[in-house]
Design a protein around this ligand. Structure first.
Ligand SMILES: NC(=O)c1ccc[n+]([C@@H]2O[C@H](COP(=O)([O-])OP(=O)(O)OC[C@H]3O[C@@H](n4cnc5c(N)ncnc54)[C@H](OP(=O)(O)O)[C@@H]3O)[C@@H](O)[C@H]2O)c1
Length: 360
């Protein structure tokens, strides 16, 4: 009984610690902590590194300080109309929501994605709703041609404050590796790995020069263990984890924030293969809910799931050994695969019915 209570308390403490680490209590306890004034102008005069550390200490330890909404964390540090935000994969899902959320907080935005018409639409929405400037670059990251030279030309002499390496693709539904076309696998590697490395390589030197900036690399909860039936996708995400951590070490002396975001399921078109993942719930937020929460962790923690319920899930998922998690992941994906095929069957049945009716 005594041992049981100790275990329960220990688990409780770990859970609270984990939620805290994932930056979730910061948002909800904001009002509670805000009562001591600090002079923001004085803060501005401090050199980048000192200011970053000061903000980090204040927010991390939840020391009371007077700051308005978005300024309660380090995004304050980067939020300036002169400095731009660049988001890859910004016409849909998390990328679009992240761009809109920071535009709402006053940042000018460069949107990079594949479909020009969608880019134009998102840019117009942002400019109208938030009165900030936007720039769009239509590019397909799956191609290995002159993509990055083109982006580099477009971004020449533009100071970038935050780079969000968000672009990513997955199989259309859980598949065995041999079912996926080799061309598709190559494209996935280009998008999920190549785009992050080369965008970072392009923007990092200017951030190093200014000793300021943030890079957010979007990984995934699938980095936690091998994930059968999404084998290559999960492998690309563990690459992002390794890349981000090493990059952070390399850039310590520049005071640049390098964050890894690892969401679990978010209701976006990437998960259209299962109706279960399209329903918004406590564990599956929509992209807007997710992005506004994730942004609040920027500059606060270097690693986060970005969303409080994902933080708790992540904690419990990491308890069992990797082999058990791999089996569970495989079984989960088999369920999603069934979801996909049964939805496909329904669609083809209703198509058949329509054609029969048309002939009658
Ligand atoms: N959704 C989740 O549950 C989840 C969970 C963990 C991690 N993530 C990660 O979060 C990131 C965003 O995912 P999401 O769910 O928001 O995805 P999404 O809704 O499918 O949106 C992907 C975005 O990337 C763009 N894109 C895709 N392929 C591209 C290419 N070849 N070149 C240029 N742009 C391209 C898309 O443009 P178009 O509009 O033209 O298609 C779209 O704007 C990804 O890195 C993903 O791995 C997502």
């Amino acid at each position: 009984m005594y041992l049981k209570s100790i275990c329960v308390v220990y688990l409780l403490v770990l859970t609270i610690k984990e939620i805290w680490k994932h930056g979730t209590l910061i948002e909800s306890s904001k009002e509670f902590w805000i009562h001591k004034e600090i002079n923001l102008e004085d803060l501005e005069k401090l050199p980048g590194r000192v200011r970053a550390t000061w903000l980090k200490v204040c927010v991390h330890r939840a020391k009371p300080m007077k700051m308005s909404n978005y300024e309660t964390n380090m995004t304050y540090h980067f939020t300036s109309k002169k400095i731009l935000l660049v988001v890859t994969g910004s016409t849909d899902g998390i990328g679009r929501a992240y761009a809109k959320e920071l535009a709402k907080r006053g940042m000018n935005v460069v949107l990079i994605s594949r479909t020009y018409e969608k880019l134009e639409k998102v840019a117009t929405e942002i400019e109208k709703e938030y009165g900030v400037k936007t720039k769009i670059i239509a590019i397909d990251f799956s191609r290995q041609n002159s993509t990055f030279e083109h982006i580099e030309r477009e971004l020449q002499n533009i100071p970038i404050g935050i780079l969000v390496n968000n672009v990513g693709m997955n199989y259309p539904y859980p598949m065995y590796v041999t079912e996926v076309q080799p061309q598709f696998l190559q494209e996935m590697i280009n998008v999920n790995i190549g785009a992050t490395i080369l965008m970072t390589r392009m923007i990092l030197p200017q951030m190093q020069k200014r000793q300021k900036g943030a890079i957010v690399n979007v990984s995934s909860g699938s980095e936690l263990q091998p994930l059968p039936l999404m084998t290559v996708y999960a492998a690309t995400k563990i690459f992002i984890k390794s890349f981000t951590e090493a990059l952070r070490f390399e850039n310590q002396k520049y005071g640049i924030t390098i964050q890894q975001l690892s969401p679990l399921f978010v209701s976006t078109k990437m998960n259209a293969f299962s109706h279960r993942l399209q329903k918004i719930s406590l564990l599956v937020p929509d992209a807007e809910m997710y992005a506004s929460s994730a942004i609040n962790t920027l500059g606060v923690v270097n690693y986060s799931t970005g969303y409080w319920a994902h933080g708790i899930q992540y904690f419990f998922i990491s308890i069992p050994p990797v082999w058990l998690r791999t089996i569970t992941g495989g079984i989960m994906n088999q369920v999603f695969r069934k979801d996909y095929f049964s939805a496909e069957k329904k669609v083809s049945r209703s198509d058949e019915n329509k054609t029969q009716k048309a002939f009658i």
